[in-house]
Write a protein that binds this ligand. Structure first.
Ligand SMILES: Cc1cc2nc3c(=O)[nH]c(=O)nc-3n(C[C@H](O)[C@H](O)[C@H](O)COP(=O)(O)OP(=O)(O)OC[C@H]3O[C@@H](n4cnc5c(N)ncnc54)[C@H](O)[C@@H]3O)c2cc1C
Length: 368
């Protein structure tokens, strides 16, 4: 059995773990351990790759904006390409949905000054694929961007290596023990010791916490499905379109058009796969609002979005297990918040900063 040691061990090489490792490695000796043979095999490799500031709740918005500068002007040498490309976002309302659209505008306009209401004609100009007998009004935000997820995660890994950190794949942690303040993580043929453990295990974060004897914090993995259909002939540089009723979105995505039913089906932590009915629901909803009937599905997938009870991430030290740090509950925003939260983790661990109470694990005293 190989035995190693580090100051800090991060469990999980998704967006959460890699971003934290990148920032932490600027001031500590960091090792990432990953169960799969490659990083980002689970949720982080299956996202819609969007950067949306007006998303989910004010805490998520703040954490997204905390990483804005990183996305828009990354450190020298981090990547050779832009990390974000503008695409815009359209929130579409059909018959009887005006009040829902007004609620959406009231909720997000104060913090998203470029978000404006537009009428059906302007909406159809932006996305001629929408059915003219369905679309009644929309909200448009030009600040939504596509993220180069591969570039982002490769940059984190490269930076980690340059800072002297390491990553071990095929390292599925099966036991976590603490002796005299030092953690020992055991996998099939290896073990590693560290002073601090960062739990960035995504859908498995609850299991990892249990192994370490940390607090019991309820986290629910939810399956989300996506399909790529052939690009309609008139496809242009369209924004992402989502319905204000939150039951569908679609956007140009190589090699065609990505369609998602915005499903949230509670799931066990697992290698998620798409269920036929969810893909069928996506296509059915799509043809209700779009003037295009795809003949086939080119590619389909599903991934897990893992939520805490209040849909805010869980970031900070555990109150029960000394030296055990939560970095979980990234829901549907773990890519866009990764630079912001990664930097925050380093500030807390290396500089002694305090996380906002709204995201600290302590808000779930003894298993909310
Ligand atoms: C369809 C879909 C669309 C999405 N769209 C967006 C979007 O547009 N923008 C956005 O910001 N977010 C989006 N998300 C959400 C985003 O993908 C997640 O929030 C993010 O990937 C979570 O990252 P993570 O590192 O916490 O989890 P993961 O990427 O799942 O990483 C956790 C890692 O921990 C490893 N692990 C688990 N247990 C162990 C163990 N015992 N030992 C070692 N390793 C272990 C796993 O193998 C895994 O690699 C979307 C998600 C889905 C599914």
């Amino acid at each position: 059995m190989t035995e190693q040691s580090a100051d800090i061990v991060v469990i999980g090489a998704g967006a959460a773990g890699l971003s934290a490792a990148y920032f932490l490695s600027q001031g500590a000796n960091v090792t990432v351990v990953e169960a799969e043979t490659q990083p980002a095999y689970h949720s982080s490799g299956r996202s819609a790759a969007m950067y949306i500031e007006g998303y989910e709740n004010p805490e998520v918005q703040a954490l997204t904006i905390a990483g804005k500068e990183f996305f828009f002007s990354p450190p020298d040498g981090f990547t050779e390409h832009n990390l974000v490309t503008p695409c815009g976002g359209l929130t579409a309302a059909g018959p009887g949905e005006d009040e829902a659209l007004q609620r959406y505008l009231r909720a997000w306009q104060p913090d998203c000054p470029e978000l404006v209401e537009i009428g059906p004609a302007e909406t159809l100009e932006l996305v001629p694929l929408l059915r003219s007998d369905w679309i009644k009004a929309a909200a448009y935000d030009p600040t939504w961007h596509n993220i180069d997820v591969h570039g982002l995660l490769s940059g984190f890994q490269k930076g980690l290596r340059e800072n002297g950190g390491t990553m071990h794949s095929d390292f599925r942690v099966t036991a976590i023990d603490q002796t005299e303040g030092r953690w020992r993580l055991t996998a099939a043929n290896a073990s590693i010791e560290a002073d601090l453990v960062i739990n960035a295990a995504g859908a498995w974060a609850g299991e990892v916490a249990q192994m370490a004897g940390a607090s019991n914090i309820a986290l629910t993995p939810m399956r989300r499905t996506a399909a790529i259909v052939p690009a309609p002939e008139l496809m242009g540089d369209w924004p992402l379109v989502h319905t204000v009723s939150e039951d569908l979105y679609f956007k140009p995505e190589s090699p065609g058009l990505m369609v998602c039913p915005q499903d949230e089906t509670p799931s066990a932590a697992m290698d998620a796969f798409p269920v036929d009915i969810d893909v069928a629901v996506a296509l059915d909803r799509f043809v209700q609002v779009a003037d295009y009937e795809p003949e086939r599905v080119m590619h389909q997938w599903a991934g897990l979005r893992t939520f805490s009870a209040d849909r805010r991430p869980v970031v900070g030290f555990d109150r029960q297990a000394n030296g055990f740090f939560w970095l979980a509950g990234q829901g549907g925003f773990g890519i866009q918040t990764s630079p912001g939260i990664g930097q925050l983790v380093a500030d807390i661990v290396l500089q002694g900063a305090q996380p906002e109470a709204a995201i600290a694990p302590d808000r779930f005293a003894n298993g909310a």
